[in-house]
Write a protein that binds this ligand. Structure first.
Ligand code: AR6
Length: 178
């Protein structure tokens, strides 16, 4: 079956799917942005499990349970801080998507959602970040046949428009005369 890729506008903590991806930092002990939101929604058991993981390198990913989230698992990945683009940021960001999908496949995850890794506090510009995210996920999915749905979960309508443009999705809820 050909896996499907979609963009949606949502708070990633509300999604009832196999796994959501967290844009974490190397400590894996929580932070602001989507990381803070995921830890708040999952509850303190998530931090407890994260403490035992010993951190995570930039470009790598680790999996935990989802606890009080609707999602069964959280895949924590650490994106690069944007330093202008010539410090290895694209390769590290691509690695985040690849490693997250590898770990998903190893754990029998069929549906997962990514936030815009590195595009908030870490400052990676949304255009190149989204382009790299879509191209990397498309390429990796050919290897991971068990994954059947990947969503790009956008926290703003402007980010959603960027992903829809890349995916060739129709804008949602557009009435014929509007
Ligand atoms: N649902 C979906 N997307 C969200 C949500 C949410 N609830 N909240 C924020 N976003 P960021 P980074 C979007 O800053 O740039 C943390 O402190 C947000 O609009 O969360 O990788 C970590 O601990 C943006 O598009 O992650 C690290 O220290 C995207 O998620 C650092 O921030 C990522 O923004 C990581 O920075």
């Amino acid at each position: 079956m050909t896996p499907s890729l979609h963009a949606l506008h949502a708070d990633i903590t509300t999604l009832a799917i196999d796994a959501i991806v967290n844009a974490a930092n190397t400590s894996l002990l929580g932070g602001g942005g989507v990381d803070g939101a995921i830890h708040r929604a999952a509850g303190p058991e998530l931090l407890h499990e994260c403490r035992a993981l010993g951190g995570c390198a930039t470009g790598d990913a680790k999996i935990t349970r989802g606890y009080r989230l609707q999602a069964r698992h959280v895949i924590h990945t650490v994106g690069p801080v944007w330093r202008g683009g010539a410090s290895g940021e694209p390769a590290l960001l691509a690695s985040c998507y690849r490693r997250s999908l590898e770990i998903a496949a190893l754990n029998g995850i069929a549906t997962l959602a990514f936030p815009g890794i590195s595009t908030g506090i870490y400052g990676y510009p949304i255009g190149p970040a989204a382009e790299l995210a879509v191209a990397t996920v498309r390429a990796c999915l050919q290897e991971f046949a068990a994954i059947d749905k990947v969503m790009f979960c956008c926290f703003s309508r402007s980010d959603l428009a960027v992903y829809q443009n890349l995916l060739g999705d129709a804008p949602p809820n557009r009435l014929p005369n509007s």
